[in-house]
Ligand binder design. Structure first.
Ligand code: PHE
Length: 468
């Protein structure tokens, strides 16, 4: 009891919303959302994503934040507090950020490297063929930059909920939004003529992004769009990895959860949409439709530097701005991942914040080292059950995102929908007097729709369901 009273809380809803949005807005918004939208019929994907955000996403996000605030515990102990026998789900939920943290730091290190390249006027070099592969297979630099990234995150966590996470998010998130809007507006104004004499403009690229395309759409194609949107949303909201439970446990009892949850979703979706406005027109203008086929690291570290190099002198500046923005997005996400682990250690083992932070830093460091070695001394290439080629980083990503996260989410739906009952969550949300607007929808989603969708997602992620 004493411990709960001492638990630090976000000072207000602005701090909470920005910290949670900081977690949600991450690499996925930037390197995957625009790619999926371009691939899946532009506006069609956007509409489906939006509908899912208001139903599926809203259900999962509300559930986790309410579990956190109700139990005042981090994931490792929260599930057990709701239902003793379900403690194992907390262990699984806590395992996800433990696995994610090391490789997120390695990617964060790559972002630091590219930012420095652009800041020192070396952006042209970063666009050359083989630069990225040459860099990540190096033995020292990727390690050093991974450590720099990890250290910054650890310092923020060490400073605690208010002086660390909250104040940091309050500065970085508004800045990030400003940068994304700035680059997006710039992207809409560009145009270029290629060697064949064809001129393409940013505005044309924008239309490809937002106008729904039903061309050649089959039922199977529609399911692909639906599952792509669902998988993306699921990852984007930072659910099923204990993060939102942790942040929810720092929310004051008199805060209006409904409003905050809406704001978090709007922030995350707006940044994902704007990332598309920023990236698709630029890639289309300088590389045509083929350029839009890249996603993930190859989009961010290979294609985009080439796009920047086509922009001439402005490209150096835009590149620096872009990677600074990505760094902010990655930092606030990594902070949330580490906090989920650190708070779990604190609650479970009654450790001090300092000790828990040091312990998690050491674990992340060891894991990060392994990930870096996966590109040189420990290099191998295996095929995952879903057909993707993988090194150590991809294997960790596969286990956490494709296997554990859907499992944790399915477990959470069963626990809340059928064992402790949706009322628990509804009462928690309504205890401050605010109305739970989509109550019926919530009950249907958590009991039936969400688990079914999640099982389909899991089967597809692990390569069992290949028809869609
Ligand atoms: N939600 C983040 C995104 O969309 C990703 C993330 C992953 C955040 C892992 C925290 C932890 O990119």
């Amino acid at each position: 009891m004493e411990k709960e009273k001492n638990r630090h809380l976000f000072s207000g809803s602005v701090g909470f919303v920005l910290a949670a949005a900081g977690s949600a807005v991450g690499l996925g918004n930037i390197w995957r959302f625009p790619y999926l939208a371009a691939k899946d019929g532009g506006g069609l994907f956007l509409v489906i994503y939006l509908i899912l955000a208001l139903t599926f996403g809203f259900t999962l996000l509300t559930t986790e934040i309410a579990i956190g605030r109700k139990t005042k515990q981090s994931p490792l102990t929260a599930y057990g507090k709701l239902k003793e026998k379900w403690k194992f789900l907390g262990v699984l939920a806590c395992l996800v950020p433990v696995i994610i943290m090391p490789y997120y730091c390695v990617i964060g290190g790559w972002v630091v490297k590219y930012l420095l390249a652009y800041l020192t006027g070396d952006g042209g070099n970063a666009a050359s063929d083989g630069y990225f592969t040459g860099y990540i297979t190096g033995t020292t630099e990727p390690l050093v930059f991974m450590m720099v990234f990890l250290l910054v995150v650890a310092v923020i966590i060490f400073r605690g909920v208010n002086h660390g996470i909250e104040s940091f998010s309050k500065i970085l998130m508004p800045l990030l939004l400003l940068m994304v809007v700035g680059i997006a507006v710039f992207s809409l104004t560009i145009s270029a003529t290629d060697e064949t004499g064809a001129t393409r403009t940013g505005l044309e690229g924008f239309l490809i992004y937002v106008v729904p395309s039903f061309e050649g759409l089959t039922l199977k194609g529609f399911f692909t769009v639906l599952l792509d949107a669902m998988g993306q949303l699921f990852f984007s909201l930072s659910v099923a990895m204990g993060i939102m439970i942790t942040y929810g446990s720092y929310v004051k009892d008199d805060a209006n959860l409904v409003r905050s949850i809406n704001q978090i979703e709007i922030f995350d979706t707006a940044v994902a949409f704007l990332a598309g406005v920023m990236i698709i027109p630029a890639v289309f203008t300088f590389m045509g439709r083929e350029g839009m086929e890249a996603s993930g690291p190859s989009l961010m570290f290979v294609s985009l530097p080439k796009v920047f190099s086509h922009m001439g002198k402005t490209g150096g500046f835009i590149g620096a701005l872009f990677f600074a923005m990505v760094l902010f997005a990655a930092l606030t996400s990594a902070v949330s991942v580490m906090e989920a682990v650190v708070s779990s250690f604190m609650d479970q083992f009654h450790m001090s914040r300092v000790k828990a932070t040091v312990l998690e830093t050491v674990i992340a460091l060891a894991g990060g080292l392994l990930v870096c070695l996966g590109y040189n001394k420990l290099y191998f290439d295996i095929e995952l059950p879903n057909g993707a080629h993988a090194q150590i980083l991809d294997i960790m990503d596969y286990i956490s995102n494709n296997c554990l996260m859907p499992l944790v989410a399915i477990g959470t739906c069963i626990l809340i929908g059928w064992i402790v009952k949706p009322r628990t969550i509804i009462d928690e949300v309504e205890k401050t007097g605010c109305r739970f607007g989509r109550r019926q929808l919530y009950i249907i989603m958590i009991r039936y729709a969400a688990p079914v969708l999640l099982v389909i997602l899991l089967l597809k992620s692990i390569g069992i369901l290949t028809v869609i």
